[in-house]
Design a protein around this ligand. Sequence first.
Ligand code: XMP
Length: 514
Amino acid sequence: MKEHKIIIIDFGSQYTQLIARRVREVGVYSLVVPSSKNAQEIKAMNPSGIILSGGPESVTVSKSQKISKELIDSRIPILGICYGMQTLSKELGGRVASADIHEFGHAEISFGNPSPIFKNIKLKNNLFDVWMSHGDQVEKLPNNFEVIASSKDCQIAGFQSKDKSIFGLQFHPEVTHTEQGTKILSNFVFDICGCKKNWSTKDIINSMIDDVKMQVKNEKVLLGLSGGVDSSVVAMLLHKAIGSNLVCIFVDHGLLRLGEVDEVMTTFQEIGIDIRLSKASNIFTSRLKGVLDPEKKRKIIGNTFIDIFEKEAKKIKNINWLAQGTIYPDVIESSSDGHNSSVIKSHHNVGGLPERMNLKLLEPIRKLFKDEVRKIGKELKTPEHIISRHPFPGPGLGIRIMGEVLNDRIKTLQKADKIFIDELHKNNLYDSLSQAFVVYLPIKSVGVVGDERRYEDVLALRAVETVDFMTAKWAHLPYDFIGRVSNRIVNEIPTVSRVVYDCTGKPPATIEWE
Ligand code: XMP
């Protein structure tokens, strides 16, 4: 299955990962590499085809990123999208200039010379709808190229070489607004690059299991299982691949949701996975005593987690590997930040533990996007309540309690959070949200219950919708629903006198409050 792959060269477009996902969705493995990788390195990866992403730069500026002539001459099929088309054009002797009219958004395309990349694209009134986003455009074709698509404001909206498999599109086939964009990508991948399908859920699982078996052989693997989607899917996969040679540790830091410890333990025990619970809430709360600063809290929780995990791991004999639920967006080498560096989120790289403990690192899902992890999880029969779970931050309720993390505050928050989440499930709203939770505010507010005056806690409800968690909209939950949750919280938890709803997007706010 590794034979056919499409390489996406990243020139910094916000859509680069989307191109990779679309190629995988049509059934072929794809990976993203930074534009700084040289031609030999890329050729050594033996791609069936190359897609050049869009990007924010202008090829008219001398230091802008470019496609190397060596790759263009390599006879590997190439598709340049937006900036990718412009750099192709420039390197091949065409001319790119800033357009009089910048096209952003919807545009209509008509065909020029026939092209295999538009095979079976259906036209309405001789046009089809695409999504444009560009200031520059190709004004003069490279030698031996011809126009295959035009829009009202962009004469050369698509070109192709007359004798090589090189194509350029000024519009974005990867975004859903380009109707039939997936068809265009699949024409490139199958008809032009000659790829065979190799990226179905079953293919991926089989290949990952083979890889794990080959790497690990008969050795034992340790996994820190949090009950989140990524580590749970890794557990299911490793259980299938190596059975009883997988040992999981679940650290209860006391900052989890109500009932979560029992739920996670029972779920994985029933599957037959060797999961060991480390009850460590006391040490976490004692180390968090008097700490108010959010970043300090994060550090303390992270470091304490590592201490506990290491201590527990030492109790298990003959472990050689440490598995982690790192996924593709965490490891992708990206040029969009201008550094071409590998970005690994620190919370995934459990504090340099593999080196410290002298363990080999196993990252079986590091090639997968989040939606692929979920699909694979389903195929591996990971329980639905785990797969469809909202993400939960490593520091847990520690960063949802503003100010000092105290035991009575944890208890109040756990109870309120359970009411909110239960009501979301009951009203079929949970799956429409990306994340929902309650936040504890360290202030008191006056209330009246019956004839009695209360001076108690204030809680905030937070619910957001997002695709990538980089930006998010606050969810417009029905007023009646919010009212019901608020009533239940104030009535059922005597230490709460008031509930508020957070109506701030990201930006300007973040999703978590700390
Ligand atoms: P923010 O608050 O930055 O959150 O908008 C974006 C996403 O990241 C999660 N998050 C964390 N996850 N450790 C984690 O494992 C952390 O320290 C952390 N802080 C935020 C947050 O829940 C949301 O899904």
